[in-house]
Design a protein around this ligand. Structure first.
Ligand code: SAM
Length: 211
């Protein structure tokens, strides 16, 4: 593991990340490949960074926290809403998950698709509104939403498998609580809430409306 990534992994341990598979993935995936050239020297700082179009690559701690909460296993089928740079999807892919990811910005979607093609990362990408999910491949063992919305979209609840976990930030436009939902049966969810995160807005039919 390169020393920048090793330092980042050690930092994440001090912040309470304990899942070794998550730490191994952070140690393996080269975050500098997912950030714009001019800010590559910041790639291993524990901060969100701009990726264009007013969007960001999430802070490494947030990525690690959400991934740990998802309880990913090898071959888990995971739906991500908000592909962005592709870093979160690459972390899930390196953990052996089958990843499906949706991005609403066409320019971001095409750029990340090209990066995955260049790196040989096999993730199914789609351009569209992720608040309605991706019915064709449902149900998912895990759903991770990397933008913050006003509520939990019903379609995403429905597309989660019984026993599956959804990790989704919910709140106002400034600050969100990460909701960790476990689907107990078709109608019931156990929910753990972890406050004080800040994500870019989830824009869509069952998210914020663009104004
Ligand atoms: N997972 C990303 C990464 O690793 O870089 C984080 C990207 S950023 C925090 C969130 C992304 O969600 C943005 O690229 C934004 O365009 C996208 N987004 C917002 N609303 C969306 C929606 N309804 N469907 C799909 N993508 C959406």
């Amino acid at each position: 593991m390169n020393s920048d990534r090793e330092d980042l992994v050690n930092h994440l341990k001090t912040r309470g990340i304990t899942d070794q598979a998550v730490l191994d993935a952070v140690g393996k995936v080269e975050r500098q490949l997912f950030v714009p050239d001019v800010i590559k020297h910041h790639a291993y700082k524990d901060v969100a960074l701009p990726i264009g179009h007013g969007q960001t690559i999430s802070q490494p701690y947030t990525v690690a926290f959400m991934t740990q909460a998802l309880r990913v296993k090898k071959d888990s089928k995971i739906l991500e809403i908000g592909t962005g740079s592709g870093y979160q999807a690459a972390i899930l892919h390196s953990m052996g998950a089958k990843v499906f990811s949706i991005e609403r910005f066409y320019e971001i979607y095409t750029k990340t698709q090209k990066l995955f093609d260049d790196l040989g990362i096999r993730v199914a990408l789609r351009c569209g509104d992720g608040t309605i999910g991706w019915e064709e491949f449902a149900p998912y063992d895990g759903i991770i939403v990397t933008a913050g919305g006003p509520n939990i979209p019903d379609k995403l609840r429905n597309q989660l498998a019984v026993g599956g976990v959804m990790v989704i930030p919910v709140g106002d436009r400034r600050s969100q609580t990460i909701n960790i939902l476990t689907k107990v049966d078709e109608d019931n969810f156990e929910i753990i809430e972890v406050p004080d995160f800040a994500f870019v807005p989830l824009i869509g039919r069952d998210g914020w409306k663009e104004v």
